[in-house]
Design a protein around this ligand. Structure first.
Ligand code: HEC
Length: 114
């Protein structure tokens, strides 16, 4: 009896967590599949492809301050060309607006103070 109640509580607890962890898991997964190659798992852009493309450090507070949500969204959606060099391809046909918004929140989390 006691044991089955414990199991029931454990199961309820796991289901209660599920929507949140599912959502977070998705963003991390989208990031690791599409963005990590250049921007790195830690957002620093310290990868082979990131160095080649000259990805910037998302943990850098000064760099984060130069970014705004609107441009970030546009640049991820439509791609980014700087000085005639293609930095990022457009993700418009791969990711939804909601996914891009979630990725931008995710990128903001890399910011370190100071
Ligand atoms: C081929 C390498 C590459 C991949 C893959 C890549 N990026 Fe980037 N990204 C860059 C580079 C390089 C820059 C910096 C461009 C600059 O400012 O000179 C950048 C800049 C950005 C910026 C800043 C845009 C702004 O407004 O200045 C955001 C946001 C961003 N990337 C998000 C993403 C997301 C989200 C993904 C995955 C869906 C992704 N990137 C995939 C190379 C990449």
């Amino acid at each position: 009896m006691n044991k089955s109640i414990t199991v029931l509580i454990a199961v309820l607890f796991i289901f209660a967590q599920y929507p949140l962890s599912g959502e977070m898991g998705d963003v991390t997964l989208i990031w690791s599949k599409n963005c990590q190659k250049c921007h790195g798992k830690d957002g620093r852009g310290n990868t082979k492809a990131g160095k080649m493309a000259k990805a910037k450090d998302f943990t850098d507070a000064d760099y984060q301050d130069t970014l705004n949500e609107e441009d970030m969204h546009k640049n991820v959606k439509e791609g980014m060309i700087v000085d005639g060099k293609k930095k990022m391809k457009p993700y418009a046909d791969k990711l939804t607006d909601e996914e891009i918004t979630a990725l931008i929140c995710f990128i903001r989390e890399f910011r370190k103070e100071g």
